[in-house]
Design a protein around this ligand. Structure first.
Ligand SMILES: Cc1cc2nc3c(=O)[nH]c(=O)nc-3n(C[C@H](O)[C@H](O)[C@H](O)COP(=O)(O)OP(=O)(O)OC[C@H]3O[C@@H](n4cnc5c(N)ncnc54)[C@H](O)[C@@H]3O)c2cc1C
Length: 374
């Protein structure tokens, strides 16, 4: 268990002003090299410390700690330390609400609960109810698999986009168990210290156990072994009625497709296994749970609209990062992506949207200039 957040020198970056991009890049490079030194120390550190920290290299990723590329996942999550990982008062949905308020103040019209049935490039979008919303530019934050399925376009550029999407790795190993607690569990190692509930709690028995769980999930067997827990009510009482605490559990590994049963058959048993994994460290945890919501990858797919249930709209391993990630431009005129599948990857970071807006504005000004020349 550790106090959240842990830092390897990135706090310096947090203080930089947004417009000072060159300085930010230098500072970030320096911080990464510091981080590499931190990792070297970690290799020599106590086994218990390594066990506690390795999960940041696999979180949200269908890969084990011994698989190549997971050091980058560790670094990607360190990007969050630039702003500081935080709880959002009122829940993370408040960010969307505040952005919506700001957009409305700026004159935007927002329609929600209106699924898009098709994207017609340079014409607009057709909603499920048949309405056509006219637009010469469509910016989609649906993941690329969904965006492609909606795209009503042919030709070489659409084919190139389809080919990139067909190779996209987008299957999640995560099962979420969101709990209302009648009381807080007793972590043996905390000896009653309530600080634990304000921490990012890592559940892991060993690096090898986490790797074995990942390997089992590759064979279609759900093996929740590594978990990350948050107790939001330790910071924000507004998210639950006064008689409850909350505990959200992010557990791995649980594959989208189970080898010998359906998620409907296995869901509650897998949740019991998640609580049993936590029970190694807090034996009374199952007795503390008053209500629970269990979301395997197919559930996240159905509820949130994310293909494969993947929280980042696709793996953030090196094979799908940087120049290998999607850009804002799909290649199809007038159709852009702005979600987590685009550079620089997933998390509530806003950079993807900023990049998409910049691409739309740049293309508009190029188009306007060429019209003027004619
Ligand atoms: C369980 C979970 C835990 C996470 N934990 C964290 C965390 O602790 N910290 C963090 O920074 N990030 C976390 N993430 C990741 C983070 O939420 C995402 O990276 C971020 O939300 C990506 O935003 P986005 O704009 O790409 O849209 P997404 O959140 O990917 O949403 C895509 C949207 O497209 C919509 N959509 C799809 N098809 C259609 C259609 N046909 N018509 C209309 N709309 C459609 C979906 O309904 C959805 O709202 C988590 C994600 C999940 C699922």
């Amino acid at each position: 268990m550790m106090e959240t957040p842990f830092r390897f020198g990135l706090e310096r970056v947090r203080d930089l002003r947004a417009h000072d991009e060159e300085r930010a890049k230098e500072q970030f490079a320096a911080s990464l090299s510091q981080r590499v030194r931190g990792e070297a120390l970690l290799r020599a550190a106590d086994e218990r410390l390594r066990t506690a920290l390795h999960g940041q290299g696999v979180i949200g990723t269908f890969a084990g700690p011994r698989d190549p590329g997971t050091a980058w996942i560790h670094a990607h999550h360190s990007l969050g330390l630039i702003g500081g990982w935080s709880f959002v008062e009122g829940g993370v949905g408040r960010i969307s609400e505040l952005l919506a308020d700001a957009a409305r103040d700026a004159g935007a019209v927002i329609v929600d609960d209106a699924p898009v049935a098709a994207i017609a490039p340079q014409v607009g979008v057709h909603l499920d109810d048949g309405t056509l919303v006219g637009a010469d530019v469509v910016v989609s934050n649906a993941d690329p698999v969904r965006t492609l399925a909606l795209l009503d376009a042919g030709g070489e550029r659409a084919d190139a986009f389809a080919s990139a999407v067909s190779q996209w790795q987008i299957t999640s190993p995560v099962v979420k168990v969101n709990c209302a607690l009648a009381r807080r569990p007793s972590f043996v190692a905390a000896h009653g210290d309530p600080t634990v509930f304000r921490a990012q709690v890592e559940i892991a028995r060993s690096i090898d156990d986490t790797q074995s769980a990942c390997d089992a999930a590759r064979d279609g067997v759900a093996s929740p072994e590594w978990c990350e827990l948050y107790f939001q009510t330790a910071y924000d009482l507004s998210v639950a009625p006064p008689e409850f605490d909350t505990m959200s559990v992010f557990a791995q590994y649980a594959p989208y497709t189970l080898a010998s049963e359906s998620w409907d058959e296995a869901r509650e048993r897998i949740a019991d296994d998640v609580l049993a994994a936590i029970g190694h460290f807090a034996p009374d945890v199952a007795d503390c749970v008053a209500e629970r919501q269990v979301l395997g990858p197919p559930d996240v797919e159905a509820r949130v609209g994310l293909t494969g249930g993947h929280i980042f709209q696709g793996e953030c391993l090196p094979a799908q990062m940087w120049e290998r990630r999607f850009g804002a431009r799909t290649g199809v005129d007038g159709v852009y992506l702005c979600g987590a599948a685009t550079h620089p990857g997933g998390s509530v970071m806003a950079v993807n949207g900023r990049n998409a807006a910049a691409a739309v504005l740049a293309d508009r000004s190029t188009k306007a200039a060429s019209v003027r020349r004619v």
